[in-house]
Design a protein around this ligand. Sequence first.
Ligand code: NIG
Ligand code: FE
Length: 408
Amino acid sequence: MTRTDAPSADGIWHHCHLLPDGNIDRAIRDGALVVEAGRIVWLGPLAALPDGLAHLPRHDANGAWITPGLVDCHTHLVYGGQRADEFAMRLAGASYEDIARAGGGIVSTVRATREADEATLFAQAALRLEALLAEGVTAIEIKSGYGLSLDAERKQLRVARQLGEAYGVSVYTTFLGAHALPPEYAGRADDYIDLVCNAMLPALAEEKLVDAVDAFCEGIGFSPAQTTRVFDAAARYGLPVRLHAEQLSNLGGAALAARHGALSADHLEHLDEAGVAAMAEAGTVAVLLPGAYYFLRDTHLPPLALLRQYGVPVAISTDHNPGTSPTTSLLLMMNMACTLFRMTVPEVLAGVTTHAARALGASDRHGALAVGRSADFALWQIASPAELAYWFGRNPCVGVVRQGKVYR
Ligand code: NIG
Ligand code: FE
């Protein structure tokens, strides 16, 4: 259902329990949530509902738990094609790096993305987005990075914006021009970074297509020096930065990101203590991506104990992409963050709400139910919030409200 057909959520949501900020200790049993003009105007125990609001129409939540809409803070949702054959090659023994060096991997998705028109990219991404939305996602980050030319990056970012409009979901766009070296720049990575910094970013920022800037700092991506140039360019346009860091090796990317005041550093399987300390100091969120860890059959765990010890906020996301994480289930990622990364239920609940919102630089808009905010929430047929991390491959979401409209 797109935004134009969706009914209004205005009125009193009752016969429900509320989990206002993902924290189980602050749950409100037998609660009520009041929406007026698409915004939350009151929440609390039903017994305390102010008389002045009691006349509003009622929505019976049938005993559901209501949480803030989930936030998927790291995705590559818009691209052409898929990479199932590459998965098969990896199963037959090739590594992710082997495939990338042989001209497959990210670059094969670049070819398919360049060939597709906006309508095709929209139609393919919309199916994936609908799956995420059916699990209560109300805010999502979408990166470019499969175009790697001004026109093709623009096409991806425009489609991301169009998805937000059509589905009434809050889309945060990230320019990831420094994702991979396009074939026409083989052997000329610094020249490509010039293009990213001096042509692509200025044009796309001017067109208001960019909310944040990211890069892939890795042996098969870009060096710390090249990443620094991208971050300096982002600063010239007043744009916040994030980084794919320490996924396959440790290049000190997380500390580099922290020095640039990054919103987040993401992946982090090879993060060391110096990187953790730098992130804690800068307030940079650690975005962990169990889907990529699982799908690459990685065995090098991100340093959860150190992240906890230093008090770094940890978010969880799908990293939806065709190469390393072709999942459309944020709930599954919560379960996998528990089983694979040994995170706790309260940690993963915060990881898809408050901490994920912070990774987007949008803590004031997403990740919590609060008076004055846009009505973005999910209804769950569960007896305990722990069920959100418990089931895998089963979706207990029974209703979604996005931007004040009821979707199911
Ligand atoms: O987040 N690590 C780099 N980028 C993506 C993978 C992209 C791809 O293989 O297409 C990621 O895992
Ligand atoms: Fe990614």
